[in-house]
Design a protein around this ligand. Structure first.
Ligand SMILES: [Zn+2]
Length: 473
């Protein structure tokens, strides 16, 4: 009996020892990078792979680094619904806790959650947010702020400075500066100038791309290149005033490396999600390509610093349900040829810009012909848009009506007009979309370095947080 007890005790002691060792063995990882392709499903990764091979004659980073990755399939569901949003998904990744959609690192009862950036700061890590969205958007926010609703942007911006997030790079300048109605400058209603405060706190503050490019050293940096998001990568973004995600990532890695300090960075390819909401396959592809370039830079850093770097590449949720598929025409099934992948280049700019252009053409026609019935003016505007910009696109009378009235089936109402363009491009791009909304399909995670073995197989998004905390604690 005594012998059995001793054996049992020995087993317990051994188990405890192994458990404590396995936790402490992860702690103190020097460099941690989390790259999130917002709204990026396997659909986007597959198209990226094909487009790179067939059109660009190159390999995508996301698919070529997979052979070295610990691959996970990630359940993304929120507390209140299996169809999450970015705020709830990023809360899961940044705190390890599920919450309701729209909530930022806070439980539905208002209880605030400890975020990975808070813990990392306490342990001496530099923290970084790099995104093509506003820096206070639904994905970055849960890493460093708490809010009942993700749209509390002004408060989220203030919380970043209070926590002392060291690198804040992306869009969303209007949440950091006071509103100026005379100069028509969008900004904070409370009149606070957070950029001025930041300078006093020792931040380097940059709002021009040329100044960002010239930066050689910055231990604390706020770099904001637009009032809201960075413009879409395909034809909208002016590369002389707004950087790509990969440019921001490259600069950040250069700057943070010079500090010699440990860091944790969240890098978000935000606008993949926005393009998917609009069923805009070319914008989605171009945004995924930019994200892929940023992943390539992060992966290179990992390779050069393998002993002390963990890189996790994932998505917060899938969106839109895009498929590359076939259609039937006069009893003949028409499927895309590999050459048809070149057609993505035929969309000159984003649907967002196309619809803005349509709007202004329509207004111009109305102004020049005040007595023209609205329907006729709208038809003419669509005609002009196709002739001058969306060359080769064919729309039906039904499409034009749907564009004008915004009456589309339920699943497409998130962005009704854009979804009409998405549908019209089907015979050219062969991309069909299930919805304009997020969906519950699991996403992929690719993990490298210490802790990654815990993210193998079918995992939950909260498992990513568990690894992140174990790396810094
Ligand atoms: Zn979204």
């Amino acid at each position: 009996m005594l012998k059995e007890k001793q054996t049992l005790l020995r087993i317990i002691v051994t188990v405890l020892l192994v458990l404590s060792l396995s936790t402490s063995a992860l702690a103190g990882q020097k460099n941690i990078l989390i790259a999130i392709g917002d709204g990026m499903g396997i659909e986007q990764i597959g198209l990226l792979h094909m487009y790179n091979e067939q059109v660009l004659d190159t390999k995508a980073n996301l698919t070529s680094i997979m052979k070295d990755a610990v691959i996970g399939i990630v359940n993304t569901g929120a507390l209140d619904t299996p169809v999450t949003d970015s705020a709830a998904a990023a809360t899961a990744i940044a705190t390890g806790q599920k919450t309701n959609t729209n909530m930022v690192s806070m439980k539905p009862d208002g209880k605030s959650l400890t975020t990975i950036f808070e813990t990392a700061k306490k342990k001496g890590y530099l923290t970084a947010i790099i995104t093509t969205d506003t820096v206070v958007g639904g994905t970055p926010a849960p890493f460093a702020a708490k809010a009942k609703h993700r749209t509390e942007y002004d408060s989220i911006a203030e919380q970043y400075l209070n926590l002392g997030v060291d690198y804040i790079i992306g869009g969303g300048r209007m949440y950091f500066i006071p509103e100026d109605k005379e100069k028509k400058q969008a900004g904070r209603k409370d009149g606070k100038d957070l950029l001025k405060d930041a300078k006093e706190k020792g931040y380097t503050v940059v709002t021009k791309l040329e100044d960002f490019e010239k930066l050689e050293k910055a231990d604390k940096l706020i770099a904001l290149f637009s009032d809201k998001e960075i413009n879409f990568a395909n034809g909208d973004r002016d590369p002389t005033t707004q950087p790509s995600l990969s440019e921001m990532t490259e600069k950040f890695i250069g700057l943070v490396s010079k500090t010699g300090k440990p860091f944790i960075a969240m890098i978000e390819g935000a606008r993949i999600d926005h393009a998917n909401h609009k069923n805009d396959a070319t914008a989605s592809l171009e945004e995924t390509r930019d994200f892929d370039d940023a992943v390539g830079i992060a992966y290179k850093f990992y390779q050069n610093n393998k002993d002390n770097t963990t890189l996790i590449v994932t998505s917060d949720h899938s969106n839109g349900g895009m498929v590359l598929t076939c259609y039937k025409e006069k009893d003949k099934t028409v499927c895309p040829k590999y050459d048809d992948l070149h057609n993505f280049k035929r969309v000159p700019f984003s649907f967002e810009k196309a619809l803005k252009t349509l709007d202004s053409i329509h207004k111009g026609i109305k102004a020049g012909n005040p007595n023209m019935p609205d329907e006729e003016a709208y038809n003419k505007a669509v005609e002009q848009l196709l002739e001058e910009h969306l060359v080769g696109l064919k729309v039906t009378d039904e499409d034009i009506k749907a564009l004008r009235t915004k009456k589309v089936p339920l699943a497409y109402q998130y962005d009704a007009q854009a979804s009409v363009l998405g549908k019209a491009y089907f015979p050219i791009l062969f991309t069909s979309w299930a919805t304009t909304y997020h969906n519950a399909t699991p996403v992929v995670s690719l993990s490298f370095g210490k802790g990654s073995e815990r993210l193998k197989g079918f995992i939950d998004n909260t498992d990513i947080a568990k690894v992140l905390f174990s790396l810094v604690e």
